[in-house]
Design a protein around this ligand. Structure first.
Ligand code: ADP
Ligand code: MG
Length: 857
């Protein structure tokens, strides 16, 4: 077989010029006008258009024009929001890491996937996404997940000479592949072009939102029908009745809700991205906000993943090594340096990665632990070891916890002591007993073993390493020693853990490492709880309920976990009502990441497979970033909650007059007309709603326990339909009635037109002022508005000023007032209407106080 040397950078650059970047062709963008057109021709908009035409025909041109204005304003508004959300989502996709290891200029280098060209030699390891169509030049135990192309979930074994398709995942083994086609010429591109037409399945959040919109729309339509029937009964012209009914329904339908929510999520996602947390779907923003339990791994997330081999123990003695980073210089002291060096070289032989000197510095190439082993070998031998390409490698996987390579006439193995000891002929008590001791000092302990392959080894004799079963290689080994590696915790992680606790989040460390090592680190960073609970994966109870009860506490350490056990941990915690965030980096972590409410993958280390399964990718691999994302998720959630509350309260106030009118059989006059409602919706309500969306994340989002699972939770319903809504409506109706009765209206008689208009003006004023107070009440779900500081949302102050100006214009510009069908109320009416402000604020304050008291109890 040809050993692929790869291209030179010159060739690659030329080819890239000629064939273009390795990117899937972008879908043909839908033109702006088409999208805008869509916003104005959906079901509710069509209803409005009909209403406008009918209004015009029925000789009510003002109503017709008003309805058209509403459709256009709503449509443009929705369109702008959708566009911004889509742009944000596209930008996020561009941030996803897509590094590929290639051989160019005879050197191994990392390039961006988009820079690949045909002829490039790509080095693939388990967990990688195949970056383009390619043919495998070498393949060791390769198995590929091709489900994205074929729909078949079964793994496909691959050998040298086989094709590997771009977009599939190498789940097992490793190999080198020569790229044959990139970008639009790949097989995936052909399929993607076929499937891009099919809309993605709706997500739970969008389903819930659709449900909310449908419920509100249903209620609005029902009321409209009631209104229509009553109109006919009291002797209206059917045409007028129908028109008004449609107007009512459409005025109350929350068309703007979906795009507004989507936009808030997109904004939240963008703010997360600026803090290195990348969500892969907008939904995750909301779920993050309700997370209650974080299961995090240790290496790289809590620690720096800057490994340093500080100790080697062999039967000849203990050697201590003190050096900086991965550079070869170090202070070495202790007994048996020669044997220690032998063990270090053996561990290096079993490694895939190492350290390399590049740009004036020793850097990790591959796994930091292997870079540390490389540095150790240099430090102990004083020179650079020659490294041969192994004849066979049995790669590391977290279930086996060891890695073996056949190099020349030897098999080398390194891994967790329990995983290596059973392969050895003899394990000296000295070494066996010291594992515990080294681990309890927080060191990661790696055992190293070797076997000289003799002629009577059947596979060796036949020269068939590739097909030799692992058991024939990993047996009868000689234990060379133990290597102790130090991985310092990230400096700020203890603070972040405290913050997370204050936010009511429970934490667990789920690690593949030794229980003692894990516990020592957990202690150092203050993660472990009291009493200390350190479990081992293999010892977890079978029963899910028992497992849940065991895990459902703060600061548990679960060590030596396999990917399947991770999955069980996630399930057990979920069955106890937790919203679980779970980190993972390995090939087999996919199921656990998918099962957890928030799967978290690493952007720097970790596999493409894990990233593909995750909801959140940490661009800096840092635990703190998870907590930052949760903070932002909570803030976004509160924002959505805020304007939902605001918006729905308004709807209650708008609906009440119609309900009373209909229930009284038309005896009690209608306090608000359709045009007034339209004016409320797009004239006075829009700006404060926007300003609420800009509310800065509260300082306290991480200072209180997690709560709320759904957007429309009981909390919100009670607040809207039992507190804010009724109070606002009560003041509205009181102002209306007061002006009516004060003007001498007698029940049962039709009120005089001027009086009715003045009363209606009072009702309108009450709703606008009530909404003004409501906007401030909605700034926080728990704190009274005067505690928030007036200056923190300037936008809202401006919005409120604008709202007052619009109100004045609506009342005192005669043409506007005539159009809306009302008149300036008498002073008493204005005064009563102004009561809406203290009434709403007081009701809100009382509600928050009672709820706070109830929660504290
Ligand atoms: P962690 O939770 O700390 O990331 P891992 O699942 O990566 O743990 O590793 C679990 C154990 O497997 C480690 O404690 C170590 O003993 C062993 N191990 C990890 N990486 C390698 C490797 N590249 N080669 C051999 N053994 C390894
Ligand atoms: Mg790891």
């Amino acid at each position: 077989m040809r050993t692929a040397e790869g291209l030179t950078s010159r060739q690659a650059a030329e080819l890239l010029q000629r064939t273009g970047p390795n990117l899937l062709p972008a879908e043909k963008p839908v033109p702006q006008w088409r999208k805008l057109w869509g916003e104005m021709t959906h079901f509710f908009a069509l209803m409005l258009w009909c209403a406008a035409v009918l209004a015009y025909v029925a000789d009510m041109p003002q109503l017709a024009v008003a309805i058209v204005v509403v459709v256009i304003v709503n449509g443009v508004f929705a369109h702008i929001q959708q566009e911004r959300a889509q742009h944000a989502a596209a930008r996020l996709r561009g941030l996803l890491p897509a590094d590929v290891v290639v051989r160019r200029d005879g050197r191994v280098r990392t390039v961006h996937a988009s820079e690949l060209v045909a002829g490039d030699v790509v080095l693939l390891a388990a967990g990688d996404r195949v970056p383009a169509d390619a043919v495998l030049a070498t393949a060791s135990a390769c198995a590929v997940d091709e489900s994205m192309l074929t729909g078949e979930s079964e793994l496909v074994p691959k050998k040298a000479g086989d094709a590997a398709w771009g977009g599939t995942f190498l789940v097992n083994g490793e190999g080198e592949a020569v790229v044959t086609a990139t970008g639009a010429r790949t097989r995936l591109a052909g399929i993607a072009a076929l499937t891009s037409q099919a809309a993605p399945p709706p997500t739970p959040l969008s389903l819930e939102l659709r449900r909310i919109v449908r419920v509100i729309a249903g209620v609005a339509l029902a009321i409209a029908a009631l209104f229509f029937m009553t109109s006919l009964l009291v002797g209206f012209q059917w045409r007028d009745a129908f028109l008004f009914a449609i107007g009512v329904a459409v005025a109350l339908v929350p068309e703007g809700l979906l795009p507004t929510v989507t936009l808030s999520l997109a904004m939240g996602a963008q703010r997360m991205a600026s803090r290195k947390a990348l969500v892969r779907n907008l939904e995750a923003v909301e779920t993050l906000g309700s997370t209650t339990f974080i299961c995090t791994d240790k290496t790289g997330t809590l620690t720096q993943n800057r490994m340093n081999a500080v100790e080697v123990l062999t039967t000849a003695g203990r050697v201590q090594v003190a050096g900086e980073g991965y550079q070869p210089e170090a202070a070495v002291q202790g007994e048996g340096t020669g044997r220690a060096a032998e063990a270090a070289l053996a561990a290096l032989a079993a490694s895939q990665g190492g350290a390399e000197f590049r740009d004036g510095q020793w850097r990790v190439q591959g796994d930091p632990m292997e870079a540390a082993i490389d540095a150790l070998a240099r430090r102990l031998t004083g020179r650079t070891a020659e490294r041969q390409t192994p004849l066979r490698r049995i790669a590391f996987d977290p279930a086996r916890r060891r890695e073996t390579a056949v190099v020349g006439t030897d098999a080398y193995c390194k891994g967790a002591p329990e995983a290596v000891f059973p392969l050895c002929r003899d394990v000296p008590a000295l070494l066996r007993d010291e594992v515990q001791g080294m681990a309890s000092r927080g060191l990661r302990v790696i055992a190293v073993a070797r076997r000289r392959l003799d002629a009577d080894d059947p596979p060796a004799a036949a020269g068939r390493w590739q097909s030799c079963p692992a058991e024939l290689i990993e047996r009868r080994m000689d234990l060379l020693g133990l290597i102790g590696l130090h991985d310092p915790p990230r400096p700020d992680v203890a603070d972040v853990i405290r913050t997370a606790r204050r936010a009511g989040l429970k934490l667990a460390m789920i690690t593949g490492d030794h229980p003692e090592t894990a516990a020592a680190i957990a202690r150092e960073i203050g993660l472990i709880g009291t009493p200390e609970v350190v479990l081992e994966g293999a010892g977890l109870p079978e029963d899910e309920q028992m497992l849940g009860a065991l895990l459902d506490r703060d600061g548990v350490v679960v060590s030596r976990v396999s990917p399947e056990q991770k999955l069980r941990v996630a399930r057990a915690l979920q069955s106890r009502g937790h919203v679980v965030a779970m980190t993972g980096d390995g090939v087999n972590d996919g199921p656990a990441l998918r099962e957890a409410d928030i799967g978290v993958a690493m952007g720097l280390t970790g596999t493409d497979v894990a990233r593909e399964a995750a909801d959140l990718v940490l661009l800096d691999d840092h635990f703190a970033t998870i907590v930052a994302a949760i903070e932002q998720g909570r803030a976004t959630y509160s924002n959505i909650h805020r304007f939902l509350t605001y918006h729905l309260t308004d709807n209650v106030a708008e609906l009440t007059p119609f309900v009373i009118w209909a229930l009284s059989g038309g005896q009690f006059p209608l306090a608000l007309g359709v045009l007034q409602i339209l004016a409320l919706d797009i004239g006075t309500d829009l700006l404060p709603a926007l300003a609420l969306g800009a509310e800065p994340p509260g300082k306290h989002v991480l200072a209180r326990p997690p709560e709320r699972r759904h957007l429309m939770d009981r909390q919100l319903m009670i607040r809207v339909f039992c507190v804010l809504g009724p109070v606002e409506a009560a003041v509205e109706m009181a102002a209306f009635s007061a002006v009516l009765f004060g003007g001498g209206w007698i029940r049962g008689e039709a009120p005089e037109a001027g009086l009715l208009m003045a009363a209606s003006g009072a009702a309108f004023t009450a709703v606008v002022l009530g909404q003004l107070a409501n906007a401030y009440a909605c700034r926080s779900a728990t704190a009274a508005p005067w505690r928030l500081g007036w200056g923190t949302n300037r936008l809202l102050a401006w919005a409120v000023l604008a709202e007052l100006a619009v109100l004045a214009a609506c009342l005192y510009i005669p043409q506007a007032a005539a159009l809306l069908g009302h008149a300036p109320p008498p002073p008493a009416g204005v005064l009563l209407a102004a009561l809406a402000i203290p009434a709403v604020l007081a009701a809100d304050w009382a509600y928050k106080a009672i709820r706070g008291r109830m929660r504290a109890a």
